[in-house]
Design a protein around this ligand. Sequence first.
Ligand code: BGC
Length: 730
Amino acid sequence: MTDIDARIALTGGRDFWNTHALPDADLPAMTMTDGPHGVRLQVASADHVGINESEPATCFPPAVGLASSWSPAMLAEVGAALAAECRALNVGVLLGPGMNIKRSPLCGRNFEYFAEDPLVAGELASALVNGIQSGGVGTSVKHFAANNQETDRMRRDSQVDERTLREIYLRGFAKVVRSAKPWTVMCSYNKLNGVQVSENHWLLTEVLRDEWGYDGVVVSDWGAVWNRVNALKAGLDLEMPANQGHEDAVRAALAAGEIDEATIEQAAGRVEAMVRKAMAGREGATDSFDVDAHHALARKMAEQCVVLLSNDGVLPLKPETKVAVVGEFARTPRYQGAGSSRVNPTRLDNALDAIQALVGHEVPFAPGFTTAPGQELAADAHDRAIAVAREADVVLAFLGLGESHESEGYDRETCDLPAEQLALLKELLSANPNVVVVLSNGSSVLLPFADKVRAIVEGWLLGQAGGSALADVLYGVVNPSGKITETIPRRLEDVPSFLTFPGDLTGVRYGEGLFVGYRGYDAARTEVEFPFGHGLSYTTFDYSGLAVTATDAGLDVSVTVTNTGTRAGREVVQAYVSLPSSRVERAPRELKAFADVTLEPGEAAVVQLPIPSEELAYWSVLDGAWIVEGGTYTVEVGASSRDLRLSAEVALTGNEPVRPVTLNSTLEEAFAVPGFAEAIGGMVSGIFGEDDPDLMRMMAAMPLAALVGFSGRPESEVQALLDALNAQNR
Ligand code: BGC
């Protein structure tokens, strides 16, 4: 192999999961694998859709579960354990986390994503990346960018206006790139505003590298490259998996002068640096990991992820409560999503066994329904479920979505639970009103029964130890503390993206703009089933003493939280910000900080919620820059986006540029600039008469150019006046 051939080879995979080895340069091959919530190392047949078995590894809760903890510290701990498993399995880069915004609950892959909000996604992804990379193993934040659905995912054009793109879909990625420096960023399959992402120079070079300062590797999603020459020129470094045809095309393009050696060398150099980092990370690696300790960590993590959506006091159960367990999910847990992220767990807890272990005896169980196509259900299964329900004090109904209901590769068509489960629940309720619903699902489902059941426990997907965590929460061994990071709507039609998801062959228009998730529900004042940030506890928390001060760096926010109940508990405290006087389109409130605090009964603590100024900025399309508007901001602090306990106002100067007044500026804009009213007021009253407020209101939106026309004064004279005043105001 010539030198340049070797460099070209490095810009593509050797096979499905490995980079090329360059023996002459003492560079071994490096393995990348999914991810993200466990290591999916395939040793026999490789595939990227989760078909073939992989080596056993701990299956931690997938992102949907992890996110509900709102705990960067716990995610960092999980990250460190993932790194240990990667080292044991000789994996250099774990392909995750996924951090796309949940634009619609229908997205088939929402279980792999964190939130409908970029702050939550960005903070949690950063924590996970830091955790993994601190163990000498690389990560791949994905799928960059605007890959918010599975329908036609390899071709569809995501059409997103620039402000929405910057503030909602790129903001989390910017945070993780800046604060955690992921070894790789994985470019997504889709097109973005007409350009295939793998060939999108604006995204991969101008934004990612020039603006955010990224110096790692851009790797393609598996099969996302259509033309490696164009991709390399756009800023991609590594095409995966291997593609000999594309490699040959680069060689031909080099010979034809269509790509220069420097572009190839730059990409190859980055890949080489990554492999060398992985080599350094492997120093001292052993070939095993502590299976028990990691299972225990998966359980501790899952305990923080469970969300108590509603509870009239029936929970926690007492060990002596006579329960019946209904629903196959209690015995056959749904604990992770389908597709490339599927992990082969080291062991698997189920809730039924865990409940029985906890109460010390067998409890009546009836599967009631099947969870996967082909599963057998006894003819009397239904009657048996009703019979056990009738005999119990409390019925624990384990409902949810099966693997085939939501998966990588396709989107859901409905937000409903399967009809047979809803029908069964109805009958259970007529047999026994004391039903507690326990859910397993990777993305929101509608809960039309919310006010008919006594409690709802949202288990999302909790990984291999989720069954034990659920039992612990039901019986109060663990006090639930998770909160939802996606709104649970009342109707699918209420979802802000409803009208334009998933688009058609001409593309998907992100028509709701900035108003994704709670931003949209709040703006339209739509009733929801459970709002973003919601989650209950077995104890109660009081909020007091909100203090907000403006500093050069942003806002210092602090609040005192007191545990006013009788159990120790963890509260996730959220700070939302709004600017009522804003002159740009905005959501009524946006999450700008969060923190958790664990308190004994009666204990109080001051919780700090610092908000850096960059979090307050909006993307000004006019200026092509992040701008903090001056004005009086409202900071609301509370337990969810719709349970805001305290609020305070704070004045901020902002950094808005003084925009020069031009002939294109309106009268209103001109009058807002010091000196202009005096200078051009005469011209205005000369045309429209003195002091007529109604007339002035009508004229406020008139550009100066039009006014000049009416005044009969030469444009050059007015332009000179504007130049002089602009110079004074600079
Ligand atoms: C997925 C990626 C994954 C890759 C490798 C793709 O289909 O979109 O998330 O990392 O396959 O399995």
